[in-house]
Design a protein around this ligand. Structure first.
Ligand code: CA
Length: 231
């Protein structure tokens, strides 16, 4: 298997070198960018399997870059770990709301970073080559846009389809309403958070005849999760 490609976006050369050195030694194919513009250029040349993005960058904040990546269909599936010197809880929430998959506060040890990277890469589960996502007999075919349970077709509205597709591509992870708006609705600020609840209800109703509504779980005080385990 080819080694995973990691793109580091960090303007401080000393930090970048330190991270790159550790990751190369761990067998990753490491690419480096000192600002967002360079990062974009690198991504055109070769799509990274994961990105490490510093919060403070010279041309655009790392948070803005992450948001824009997560809003584009071409790049939304690339896992992002944000690096920051700021340990404030509000920043962490902002980072995760912006679509980052994880967050690590400087200074961190190379070992700690490596563990985070491996965890995030394990979690990233794109659809199979045939575009089919499956869980507990529920099957979503992104090529034909059909959702089925066994031989029965499940009819979904376009938003419920996108919501289910997003959930099935990111199983066992909790998403806040804000994150779902960003990732499924494309960050349209006109849409209110309770809209998410409305579509979750519709999705569950569509899944109910097949006893699959239990896969779409409410996580109290946090949001929603797609899981094959009991809530
Ligand atoms: Ca920086």
């Amino acid at each position: 298997m080819a080694s995973k490609r990691i793109l580091i976006v960090e303007d401080e050369k000393a930090v970048r070198d330190m991270i790159a050195f550790g990751l190369r030694r761990a067998g990753f194919d490491v690419h480096e960018a000192e600002d967002c513009r360079t990062a974009r250029a690198c991504m055109v040349d070769a799509r990274p399997d994961l990105m490490l993005i510093d919060w403070m960058l010279p041309d655009m904040s790392g948070l803005e870059l992450t948001r824009s990546l997560k809003r584009s269909k071409d790049t939304e599936e690339i896992p992002v770990i944000m690096l920051t010197a700021r340990a404030a809880e509000a920043d962490k929430v902002n980072g995760l709301e912006g679509g980052a998959d994880d967050y690590i506060t400087k200074p961190f040890s190379p070992r700690e970073l490596l563990a985070r990277i491996q965890a995030v890469l394990r979690r990233a589960q794109p659809a199979g080559a045939d575009g089919v996502l499956e869980a507990e007999g529920l099957s979503l075919n992104d090529t034909s846009h059909r959702v089925s349970s066994g031989d029965s077709e499940i009819s979904l509205g376009p938003t419920e389809y996108r919501l289910l597709h997003f959930f099935m591509s990111h199983p066992e992870r909790v998403f806040s309403r804000g994150q779902l708006l960003d990732r499924v609705w494309g960050g349209n600020t006109e849409v209110e958070e309770r809209t998410v609840d409305v579509h979750i209800r519709r999705l569950r109703k569509a899944l109910e005849p097949f006893d699959l509504e239990r896969l779409v779980q409410t996580v109290r005080g946090a949001g929603y999760r797609f899981s094959t385990r009991l809530a």
